[in-house]
Write a protein that binds this ligand. Structure first.
Ligand SMILES: *Cc1c(COP(=O)(O)O)cnc(C)c1O
Length: 502
């Protein structure tokens, strides 16, 4: 199997090459040249398998240049011990034909772990397979979840180092503590004076500094990125759609072959797109319900066919979905049209005018599979409260957006197809909003950042994930703040002085 860019089919790469490179040279994203299939017999066989075995069955169809032994080692490293439940991604059955796929049982309590626990191992293999001699330093700007998940994934992985920048007042207190206490001998964390855009722009500037990168290369070091445009992050996310379906068959919620709907709380469009790949492979999915918060650019796209980022950026209680450029949508446009020239034109228009419009034909095709809607701040908290009051089940703010939009879809269409709702974070990660919703009281700011966790635990009886409870006793290792102009010097200094042994 080979990979091409969404913007031109000229260059064909192996999976290892695509994973090592991250982004195509023409700015496009890598997509497989063909989509492999899973037969109904193969899907049935998953019901009796562990998550690791399911992962092997799906990933081996895409990563054909990885040997069985290599791929199995990557999978064992990723899903062997780091998750707090044996199932890795368990399904919780709720009322009204709804099931919830919990993707936050990994070390950092958000769904980013599902991919970032395995990506470092896929990358290390890719480096070996392609004869790369340099060590790889991952450079990431984060608004919260990605940074910590990448740190946990790359910590102590040989031949790699990781540097994370986050905006000094742009992440939650728990997220900040998670990163500040990061252990490992190849990790470095620094906060940046400014907002997420400042941190992101600073990182892009380091990547774009030719002279600096040439100097690093000469010293045997290459910069790379861990964000969600890398195929090595997308492919592992396809697995859990098959896993969730297999569990619904196993627990008798559906029969084999029965179609389901899937709701995904969406930001960068990576998670939901992985589900679309699963459908293309043969998983019986009828509709994808694309759930947005007040930054509802995707809702507007699926309602009108125009993607328009000329609007205000809103800060919400579901910050990991606060996004105006959903990068992975580019892959959907390619899959729906198979027309690289057209995709390149749309992306150029987005870059130059902040918008593009697809033809009626393409729009019709997309809306056969996708329905978009959104939940505002009040509806988000109301969804948490409603679910807690009716079933005792506690959901986080991102998942709540998906619950609210699922209700809207059902009311609007009368569709009673069984629905799998994707749950992307532990409620404890966005604890203050969740506590406010379930207790009905405004949470006052506490000196002790762990107090709201204990209060939510006392109220609901839901266990605090170990990764978060364990932060309490951990030493703060990283507390420095830099100016955005200083980021390149920080990277230089870190590679020279802290990563000399990796
Ligand atoms: C990243 C994230 C999302 C959005 O996922 P995309 O793949 O970017 O659409 C949703 N919820 C949480 C908790 C996240 O961390």
């Amino acid at each position: 199997m080979f990979y091409i860019s969404t913007r031109s089919a000229d260059v064909k790469l192996t999976a290892a090459e695509a994973i090592k490179q991250g982004l195509a040279l023409d700015g496009g994203l890598f997509v497989p040249t063909e989509i492999p299939t899973m037969t109904m017999e193969e899907i049935e066989s998953l019901t009796d398998k562990s998550y690791a075995e399911r992962a092997y069955d799906v990933l081996s169809k895409f990563l054909t240049d990885y040997s069985e032994q290599e791929l199995k080692a990557c999978i064992t490293n990723a899903y062997g011990t780091g998750f707090d439940v044996e199932e890795v991604a368990p399904v919780k059955v709720l009322d009204g034909g709804r099931s919830c796929l919990e993707l936050w049982h990994g070390p950092t309590s958000a769904f980013k772990d599902m991919a970032l626990q395995i990506l470092p191992h896929l990358l290390v293999n890719a480096i070996e397979k392609t004869g790369e001699k340099s060590k790889i330093v991952i450079l990431t700007a984060t608004s919260g979840d990605t940074g910590k998940a990448a740190l946990e994934g790359f910590k102590d992985v040989k031949g790699t180092g990781i540097i994370v920048f986050y905006p000094v007042s742009g992440v939650s207190k728990i997220q900040k503590r998670q990163m500040a206490t990061q252990e490992g001998n190849n990790v470095f964390v620094m906060s940046v004076e400014g907002n997420f855009d400042d941190a992101q722009t600073g990182v892009k500037r380091v990547f774009g500094d030719k002279e600096f990168n040439e100097k690093l290369n000469a010293e045997g070091c290459k910069l790379s990125s861990a964000n969600s445009i890398n195929w090595g992050r997308l492919a592992p996310q396809i697995v859990y759609y098959f896993s969730g379906y297999a569990d619904m068959v196993k627990n008798g919620e559906i029969s084999l072959g029965e179609e389901i709907n899937v709701t995904v709380p969406t930001g960068n469009f990576g998670n939901i797109l992985a589900g679309y790949f699963a459908k293309q492979m043969g998983l019986p999915i009828k509709k994808f319900i694309c759930a947005s918060n007040s930054n509802k650019i995707l809702t507007d796209f699926f309602k009108t066919g125009t993607y328009d980022r000329n609007r205000d950026f809103l800060k919400t209680a579901s910050p990991s979905m606060d996004i105006l450029i959903s990068s992975n949508l580019e892959r959907l446009l390619y899959l729906a049209t198979k027309d690289c020239v057209q995709v390149a034109e749309w992306m150029k228009a987005l870059n130059e005018n902040g918008k593009y419009e697809v033809s009626a034909d393409v729009f019709g095709k997309l809306t056969e599979d996708f329905y978009g809607n959104w939940a505002d701040e009040q509806e988000t908290l109301a969804a948490i409260e409603k679910e807690y009051k009716s079933s005792g089940y506690v959901i986080d703010t991102h998942t709540a957006v998906a619950f609210s939009v699922t209700d809207k879809y059902m009311a609007e269409t009368g569709d009673t197809t069984k629905t799998l709702i994707v749950s992307t974070a532990s409620p404890y990660k966005f604890c203050e909003s969740v506590l406010e919703a379930v207790s009905g009281e405004i949470v006052v700011e506490e000196e002790d950042i762990f107090k709201p966790l204990d209060t939510l635990n006392a109220l609901t009886g839901v266990k605090i994930p170990e990764g978060l409870a364990g932060l309490k006793g951990k030493e703060v290792i990283f507390s420095d703040v830099c100016q955005k102009e200083e980021m390149i010097d920080v990277v230089d200094d870190c590679i020279k002085n802290k990563f000399s042994e990796i």
